[in-house]
Structures are given as structure tokens and as C-alpha cells.
Design a protein around this ligand. Structure first.
Ligand code: BG6
Length: 454
């Protein structure tokens, strides 16, 4: 068994991420019956008593439906430290409040996280300290590489957890079993049999007051660089010999090294758009540019699509379409694998064979496999049949899963330094094409499926 983390320090403890995702995730984890014993230390700039903080922890646990005796104990034992995370003396006080191996979770804006890490250089960190960082990690390949160099001055790479909560999604993890525990799929998981792969995350959610962050990121960085390329890596990687950090992350890194914008042509294989005023599920939304805090001159896209190719024996020529957008009318969040047509259809079978299609939802438990079969009525007439399954969701939500990795100091499903740099490299030509307006910024009314003709 790996060493366990004994203190979870949450920097940015009074912020939205901590309240909405981290504390409920922690509550779920301790209530799941697994043996996690750790202390939570919240750190923030607001003056908060230990009592107030414990109330917040309990509220978050209760909201996640997780107030078991174990969760109650963890909440009662938690503490709050008022501190400026960019001040080494304050950080020293935080470390003094920790017992055993701490995990320092930076639930903070990236610029503050970088300053805090610089301040940590002046301190001696306890043996085994784990650093947990949220996206976006850097603003481009170069800044990510330089931040990576800074972080390994503090702790070894295996103790640095760059969080991608999509790698905690049950269906992304489910892909490992589906691919590697069934001859049925892995044998045909290649360019000879697969026509195209789509990884789509189209949301109804709009900006939701996040202009400060989103208006400088946009859909390309917020979703494609940070999440969907990692999902692609899991879908397309070679079978790892075991599910451990070096095998899995090695396989993900290798496939990403082979990935680039399809045909090396970002103008032909990328698209961008942003929403104008409209109605999403009865909710009236203003145009993106009229949302509070948005600077129209940033030209931020709220919908991005990039087709990626993987230049290796398994995948050469197969398009991987990655797409994500906000304020869309028909939410779609899935991985869809479309197989090739059969090489020959016996004469006498009536109707058209349509290629088989496998669809895994990224937000529910649904798996669907569309196949062509003899339909009802005339048994020689082909029809479409869908096998559906409820794969059974993991008992942990993605952030519970992320924290399970952190607290057991197991970085298998966190993002390694070279992987994050590869993800920035892959989107670099797209950003260049967009910066020079070689790809137009299209528009779509909120509540529709996207721009006409996409
Ligand atoms: C976040 C993005 O990382 O993922 C959001 O910043 C997006 O813009 C979200 O809405 C989607 O994931 P989930 O799992 O929170 O629905």
C-alpha cells in the first residue's frame, strides 16, 4: 500500500471550488466506507473561527448526503488557518497545523497558486508532501514548462497532482475495462475498423458568472486542452501492462506525442463560435459579449471544435473530433466511436447496413451500441438495433475520485508534467490560426445546437 496523506490542506477554503466540489467530494469519500483518516485544514484570507469552518464542512458533507459518524469525526477535527498564501511566514503556520504527510490543495486562481509555490520554496516541506493543482496549468506550453520546472524544486514529480476531474469520471475509467477486458472491442480498436471518434461535451450551462477566468480561457483551453485531450488519450492509448502511474501515464503520454491537428491543418480542422442572446431550457441568456465582466475585444469563443489525428500505426488517418460548447440547446456529452462499413454485404439482405456505433455517456451511466440486424417483420430486411446498458456509476463523484487518488498519494489519474505540455502543444497551431483570424468566429443563438452548417 502507498503512504497515506494525513492532512488535507485546502488553500482557498472559502471559495466556490472548495464549497461546491472539494468538501462534498471529501465527505463522499469518508462515508464510502473506505479507510481514509485525515484531517482537513482550511486556509483562507477571511477571518473564520474553527467553529465557523467546521459548520461549513458539515454543511458541505450534509449536502453531499455524507454525514456518517466517520464524516462527523473528520468535520469535528478540522481546523481553519487565516493566512496569506503568498507569505512564507503564514505558510509556515499552515504547515505547523498539519500532522503527518500533508496534501496542499490549491483551490485558487492559477496566478495566486504560482505565487504561493514560489513562497513555499523558502520553507522545508514535510517528507512526502503532495501538491495538488487545478487547471488551467500555465497559459501555453512554455509557461506550463516553466511552472513544471519550478514545482519539481519543491517535491518530486510523483508528488505533484495536476487535477483533471474528467479522469475521475466513471465512464472514462470504465473505458479501461471496456477496452482491455473484452476481446470484442480491443481487437477492432484501430484504423482498420474504426471510421471516426467523437468526444463531445456540449453543455446547457453558460458563463455562469465566471468571466474573470473564462473570458481569457475560452472553450478551447477550458475544455479541449484541459479535459477532452486527456479523454482522447484514454480512448486511444496502447494497452498499459498494469494500472499504475508509470504504465498508464506513459501510455497516455505516448499517444499524445503522436497527436496533432488533423492533417496539420488548423484552418480546415478547427472551428470556433460564441453565443448570442437566446433561451436555454426556459432561461433567457444575454449575448456572451453582454455578460458582466466580458471584454468583447478578447474574441473569446464559447464553442470550439478541433479534429485531431494520431500519427501511429493504430490510428493513422482516423479523425478524432473534439468539441465543447456552452449555452447549447441539445446537451450532448459522450464518446462516440463509429465503426467502418462491412467490406461486403451478402446479396439478398434488404436495406442498408449502417456502421456500428458505440456511445459512452460522459455524464450518466449509459452505454449504447448501435448495430445493424435483421429487423422485425421480414427477417431478411436490415434494421437498426440498439443495445443499451446502465454501466452502474461509481459511488464517488469525480472530485471524490480525485481526492481518493490524492489521499492515497497515487497519481495514476492525475496529469503528469509532460502530458500537460503535450496538450498545450497540440492546440498551439489552432490558437495561432485563431489569433490571425484565419478561422472565423461564428455565432449561434443560445439554446440552439450551434452555428448553422457546422
Ligand atoms: C470545468 C470547466 O472544468 O468542467 C467548466 O471549467 C465545465 O466550464 C465543467 O462546465 C464540466 O464538467 P462537470 O463535470 O463539472 O460538468
Amino acid at each position: 500500500m502507498t503512504d497515506r496523506i494525513q492532512t488535507l490542506v485546502i488553500f482557498g477554503a472559502t471559495g466556490d471550488l472548495a464549497e461546491r466540489l472539494l468538501l462534498p467530494g471529501a465527505g463522499q469519500l469518508v462515508s464510502s466506507g473506505r479507510e481514509y483518516l485525515f484531517r482537513i485544514v482550511g486556509v483562507g484570507r477571511d477571518p473564520l473561527s474553527d467553529e465557523d469552518w467546521r459548520e461549513r464542512v458539515k454543511r458541505a458533507f450534509r449536502q453531499a448526503g455524507s454525514m456518517t459518524p466517520a464524516a462527523q469525526r473528520i468535520a469535528d477535527d478540522s481546523a481553519y488557518v487565516k493566512a496569506d498564501v503568498t507569505d512564507p511566514d503564514d505558510l509556515r503556520r499552515v504547515l505547523e497545523a498539519c500532522t503527518g504527510m500533508p496534501a496542499l490543495y490549491f483551490a485558487l486562481p492559477p496566478a495566486v497558486t504560482m505565487q504561493a509555490c514560489r513562497a513555499l520554496e523558502q520553507l522545508d516541506l514535510p517528507e512526502g508532501t503532495v501538491l495538488v493543482l487545478e487547471k488551467p496549468f500555465g497559459t501555453d506550453r512554455q509557461s506550463a514548462a516553466s511552472f513544471n520546472r519550478q514545482l519539481v524544486k519543491l517535491v518530486p514529480e510523483k508528488q505533484i497532482f495536476r487535477v483533471d476531474h474528467f479522469l475521475g469520471e466513471s465512464m472514462v475509467l470504465g473505458m479501461l475495462g471496456l477496452r482491455f477486458a473484452n476481446r470484442l472491442f480491443e481487437q477492432v480498436w484501430n484504423r482498420d475498423n474504426i471510421e471516426r471518434v467523437e468526444i463531445v461535451f456540449d453543455e446547457e450551462l453558460a458563463l455562469e458568472g465566471r468571466a474573470g477566468y473564462y473570458d481569457t480561457a475560452g472553450a478551447l483551453v477550458d475544455m479541449i486542452q484541459s479535459h477532452l485531450l486527456l479523454v482522447l488519450a484514454v480512448v486511444a492509448m496502447e494497452p498499459p501492462p498494469s494500472i499504475d502511474e508509470s504504465s498508464v501515464r506513459g501510455a497516455m503520454s505516448q499517444v499524445l506525442q503522436a497527436a496533432e491537428v488533423h492533417g496539420g491543418d488548423p484552418v480546415a480542422f478547427s472551428r470556433r463560435a460564441r453565443y448570442t442572446a437566446g433561451i436555454v431550457r426556459g432561461r433567457e441568456l444575454p449575448s456572451y459579449v453582454d455578460e458582466p465582466g466580458v471584454r468583447p475585444e478578447n474574441g473569446t469563443e464559447t464553442l470550439a471544435q478541433v479534429t485531431v489525428g494520431i500519427e501511429n500505426w493504430r490510428w493513422a488517418g482516423v479523425p478524432f473530433v473534439l468539441r465543447s460548447g456552452k449555452a447549447l440547446g441539445e446537451p450532448r456529452t459522450d464518446i462516440t466511436v463509429t465503426f467502418k462499413e462491412v467490406p461486403h454485404l451478402p446479396k439478398g439482405l434488404k436495406g442498408r447496413e449502417r456502421p456500428a456505433r458505440l456511445r459512452l455517456s460522459l455524464t450518466s451511466d449509459d452505454v449504447e451500441l448501435d448495430v445493424t440486424m435483421n429487423g422485425a417483420g421480414n427477417p431478411l430486411e436490415l434494421d437498426r438495433v440498439t443495445f443499451t446498458a446502465d454501466s452502474g456509476r461509481s459511488e464517488l463523484e469525480p472530485y471524490g475520485q480525485v481526492l481518493a487518488g490524492v489521499l492515497s498519494a497515487n497519481p495514476t489519474f492525475s496529469v503528469r508534467s509532460d502530458i500537460v505540455e503535450e496538450c498545450w502543444r497540440i492546440i498551439e497551431p489552432v490558437r495561432e490560426a485563431w489569433d490571425t483570424d484565419a478561422v472565423p468566429l461564428d455565432e449561434y443563438p443560445a439554446g440552439t445546437r450551434g452555428p448553422e452548417g457546422w
